[in-house]
Design a protein. Structure first.
Length: 340
C-alpha cells in the first residue's frame, strides 16, 4: 500500500514539479493539497497556472486546495511554500507530529534542523523518531549543485575554500516570478539573500551533528549570484582549493565512483550517478534540461589552477535536485527506514 503525502505550496513552480514527479510514484500517493487563501476553496485545476508541458493527472486537478491553517491527515508533508509563509506553518505541523520536508529557507540554519542531501548526510534520518514530528530541509538550489559536485572531492582531498559564480534560471524565482521587462535579454547581478545562503549552507551540510546541534565544517565559501534568462537549470562556475594535492584524473575518478550507498541506491528517485562529468569542451549547458528531469549534477570544463586548486562548471536542475526531487529522495529514504 502506498503512503499518503500532503503538499503545501502545491500551486507554485516547485509544487508543480512535486506533482509531476509524484505521478505514478511507487511509494507515495498525493492525497492533500494546500496553498494560500487565494487558492483555498478552489479545485487544483482552477487554482493552478500549470507551467509544465504534460498536464497534471485529472485526479489531482479535481482535488480541493486547502488553506494552510488546516492540518493535513498525512504524516508526510512536503512543503513548497513561499518563505513569507513557511516558517510558522512548518513549525506548527512539526509540533503536531508531522514529518515535514521543506524547500523553504526559513528553518535551514536552525541549530537542530538538518539541511539534507541524501547521498551526503542522509544518515541523519536515523536520528529521527518514527513517532514524533520532525523537520528536514532541502538546501538552496544552487547549494545543492555545489555541495554534490564538491562532496566526493572533499572526502578525498579536504576542501578548504570555494568561490562560486552562479548563473541561475528564472524559474528559481517561482511563478510568476520576474517580469519579462526585467529578465528578457538581460542579466541581473543580484539575487536577494542567495549569496549568504550558499555561504552558510555548504559548511553546515559538510559539518558534524553532535545529537543536539550542528558544527559547520571549516570551509571558506564565497558566492556571487546572477539571474539569467534561462528557464531551468542553474550553471555554477566553481573555483575550489584543497588541503591535499590531486591529479585531474583522480578528480574525474572521484566523481565517477561517487554513489549513494546500498540499499539507498535503489530508491525510485536515486540517480545511478549523482555527479556526471561531461568531457565535451562546451558542456554542461542548461539546454540538457529541456523537457528532462535530472537528479544528477553535471560537471565539466575541469582545469587545474595549481597542484591544490581547480576550477570547473557544475549544472543543477533547480526544481528537481534543487527542490522537489531532492525532497522526494529524502522521503523515500525515510520510508525505507520506517519513519512513515
Ligand atoms: P512560487 O512559485 O512563488 O510558489 C509559492 C507557493 O506558496 C504557492 O503555492 C503559493 O500559493 C504559496 N503561498 C504563497 N503565500 C502563501 C501564504 N501566505 N500562505 C500559504 N501559501 C502561500 O515559489 P516556488 O518557486 O515554487 O518556491 C517555493 C519554495 O521553494 C520557496 O520557499 C522557494 O524559495 C523554494 N525553492 C524554490 C526553488 C525554485 O527553483 N523555484 C528551488 C529551491 C527552493 P498561491 O498560488 O495560492 O499563492
Amino acid at each position: 500500500m502506498k503512503i499518503d503525502a500532503a503538499l503545501l505550496g502545491a500551486t507554485g513552480a516547485v509544487g508543480q514539479k512535486f506533482i509531476q514527479l509524484l505521478r505514478g510514484h511507487p511509494l507515495f500517493r498525493l492525497t492533500e493539497l494546500f496553498a494560500s487563501e487565494r487558492s483555498a476553496g478552489k479545485s487544483y485545476g482552477e487554482a493552478v497556472t500549470w507551467k509544465l508541458s504534460a498536464p497534471p493527472d485529472p485526479a489531482i486537478e479535481a482535488l480541493p486546495v486547502f488553506s494552510c491553517d488546516q492540518e493535513p491527515r498525512a504524516r508526510l508533508v512536503f512543503s513548497a511554500l513561499d518563505a513569507s509563509a513557511a516558517g510558522p506553518i512548518e513549525s506548527r505541523l512539526v509540533s503536531l507530529g508531522h514529518l515535514v520536508i521543506s524547500n523553504a529557507r526559513n528553518h535551514r540554519m536552525d541549530s537542530d534542523v538538518p539541511i539534507m542531501i541524501p547521498e551526503i548526510n542522509g544518515s541523519l534520518l536515523n536520528k529521527v523518531s518514527p513517532n514524533k514530528g520532525a523537520l528536514i530541509t532541502n538546501p538552496n538550489c544552487s547549494t545543492a549543485g555545489l555541495a554534490l559536485s564538491l562532496f566526493p572531492l572533499h572526502r578525498a582531498f579536504i576542501l578548504q575554500s570555494v568561490h562560486t559564480v552562479t548563473m541561475q534560471a528564472f524559474s528559481g524565482a517561482g511563478y510568476p516570478g520576474l517580469s519579462a521587462w526585467d529578465i528578457v535579454g538581460n542579466v541581473i547581478p543580484f539575487i536577494d539573500g542567495e549569496e549568504e545562503k550558499i555561504e552558510q549552507e555548504l559548511p553546515k551540510i559538510f559539518g558534524r551533528y553532535n545529537g543536539k546541534s550542528f558544527r559547520p565544517a571549516p570551509i571558506s565559501v564565497t558566492a556571487s549570484c546572477n539571474r539569467v534568462p534561462v528557464r531551468e537549470g542553474h550553471l555554477l562556475d566553481v573555483r575550489a582549493s584543497f588541503e591535499k594535492p590531486f591529479t585531474l584524473e583522480k578528480i574525474r575518478e572521484e566523481w565517477a565512483l561517487f554513489r549513494s550507498e546500498a540499499p539507498y541506491l535503489t530508491l525510485p528517485s536515486s540517480p545511478g550517478s549523482p555527479v556526471i562529468y561531461i568531457p565535451t569542451a562546451d558542456m554542461p549547458q542548461p539546454s540538457l534540461f529541456h523537457e528532462k528531469n535530472s537528479m544528477s549534477v553535471y560537471t565539466g570544463r575541469l582545469k587545474a589552477l595549481s597542484e591544490k586548486e581547480i576550477c570547473f562548471k557544475a549544472l543543477v536542475h533547480n526544481t528537481v535536485r534543487g527542490a522537489a526531487g531532492n525532497a522526494l529522495l529524502i522521503a523515500e529514504r525515510a520510508a525505507l527506514i520506517g519513519l512513515l
